[in-house]
Design a protein around this ligand. Structure first.
Ligand code: SF4
Length: 482
């Protein structure tokens, strides 16, 4: 099947022309379809569609076909069901994060898109899969239900969430965020204990949501604890484990608790985590999650249309990976996320400055840096062995050979890793269009304060999370005994 799928992508223009001609025939047959009754026609048309599209595209009959917007590469073949572009885990050779033997459907789709009439893929949003349409004919739907145009307001019109991180960025101050790994514990003290490592050096703290598809305390729970401690959290929300009903409920709950910053992610695939037998949900992807949160906030309604009595005040963010293929598609994917509602972006680890500069050049050409705040991801690597492990075992992480060599030749590799991170921050700060850095220092959290201080990234200002004596006292007072 893989070879037929590849053939279809290679002949995307031919298939697009054939489909457009067929679409005209379908529209011409509309009066006949209506006379016979769409329900009677559905069965034979869906059967024919299944045979033809299964053969050509490995079609899963999702009922809402987007092949003409995906370079004739069916996104339902993506293990994470990404319908709006590649995840950040695409391997350097274009292989899929989850199934390395398969080319990423979006790497294929990007190639197919270049040959199509539009000469590339657009940044228009593909809506989430409607499970109630599964198995039905998408051909008939095109004739009977013309698609509705999605509307997204200009980010400039969005009222401020009231969050401190957003205000800082709007004020044009170079921001520093850092990542926090929730504990495998139900004891809040296990959160508070580690918080000291972030005091007086960061503006906000990202709380990961089952990172690496491993189970930990929830990001919502940890974000609420951070608020009690006087810290501004960035709650990460992944589409991996929850459907749109659960996610929308969590967004309301988080906003009610005072969480303002939400980072919308597709999430690492279940297959790579500690519960590989769990179901990969993927009801939404990162772009449709952003759109959902934006609709809740700006239109005061659920995705279903049901009204909210009080909309959530949110500052919406997304991730991007400038270092993973298809490289030319990354700025388009960024534009799509911005159109869907992203107001800030945090990137994957940056170890390759030249690549980041090339990406930012494209971003500036499109003026995207004026539509969202871009925070570049950085982090210390403890040794050459860790660097090799990261680039082979963590899909989407790109570390150039030169950096591995530098770590290898160092007398004290851990120290060298910190030095590299400091140099990286100093260089990133000079790139026009970058609004801050996001430090990911898993298992090296103790180095965050030093990295921030020696890089001079705060330029003498006080960070938002001061971790004052009062906040420490408040934290202890609020700690719930287990
Ligand atoms: S690399 Fe990511 S987006 Fe591409 S097919 Fe695999 S899971 Fe899907």
């Amino acid at each position: 099947m893989l070879s037929v799928r590849r053939w279809s992508v290679r002949h995307s223009r031919l298939l697009e022309n054939t489909y457009r001609a067929f679409e005209r025939v379908l529209f011409a047959c509309r009066p006949l379809i209506m006379a016979l009754g769409p329900k009677r026609v559905e069965r034979p048309v869906a059967a024919a569609e299944r045979v033809i599209k299964s053969l050509l595209f490995d079609c899963r009959m999702c009922g809402r076909c987007v092949l003409t917007a995906t370079g004739m590469s069916c996104p339902m073949n993506c293990p994470k069901l990404m319908r709006n572009g590649p995840c950040g885990g695409v391997r350097q050779d274009g292989g899929c994060e989850v199934k390395p033997e398969m080319q990423c459907v979006w790497v294929e789709g990007w190639r197919g898109g270049l040959d199509m009439r539009a000469g590339g893929l657009s940044s228009a949003l593909n809506p989430p899969v409607d499970s109630s349409l599964s198995g039905s004919s998408a051909w008939l739907r095109v004739v009977l239900e013309p698609p509705k145009a999605a509307s997204a307001p200009s980010p400039a019109l969005v009222p401020p969430s009231g969050g401190q991180l957003e205000q800082l960025l709007r004020d044009g101050i170079f921001a520093v965020t850092a990542e926090f790994s929730p504990p495998d514990s139900a004891n809040p003290d296990d959160v508070y204990r580690n918080l000291g490592l972030y005091e007086s050096c960061v503006d906000a703290i990202n709380v990961t949501d089952g990172s690496g598809a491993n189970c930990h305390m929830s990001s919502l729970g940890v974000a609420a604890l951070l608020l009690r401690a006087g810290c501004e959290p960035v709650m990460q929300v992944s589409c991996r484990d929850r459907n749109r009903i659960a996610i929308q409920g969590d967004l309301l709950g988080a906003a009610a608790l005072g969480v303002r910053n939400v980072l919308c992610l597709s999430g690492d695939a279940v297959a790579i985590g500690d519960h590989p037998g769990a179901r990969q949900v993927g009801d939404l992807d990162s772009a449709t999650l952003l759109d959902t949160a934006r609709i809740m906030r700006d239109e005061s309604r659920f995705l279903s249309g049901r009204k909210l009595t009080s909309p959530p005040r949110l500052f919406l963010g997304a991730a991007d990976n400038p270092f993973a293929p298809p490289f030319d598609m990354r700025p388009i994917r960024l534009a799509k996320k911005i159109a869907a509602g992203a107001q800030f972006i945090q990137t994957q680890y940056c170890f390759d400055l030249e690549m980041l500069e090339r990406y930012m050049e494209r971003v500036r050409e499109e003026g995207l840096q004026d539509k969202c705040f871009i925070l570049a991801g950085v982090g210390p690597v403890a040794s050459a062995k860790t660097a090799r492990w990261l680039r082979t075992r963590v899909p989407g992480v790109h570390i150039p050979d030169e950096m591995v060599r530098r770590l290898e030749q160092a007398d004290n590799p851990r120290e060298e890793g910190i030095r590299i991170c400091i140099e990286m921050i100093q260089a990133i700060r000079r790139i026009p269009g970058i609004a801050g850095v996001h430090i990911m220092a898993a298992k090296q959290e103790a180095a965050i304060a030093r990295i921030v201080q020696e890089s001079g990234v705060l330029a003498g200002r006080a960070p938002l999370f001061l971790g004052s004596v009062e906040s420490r006292e408040r934290r202890t007072a609020n700690a719930v005994p287990v």
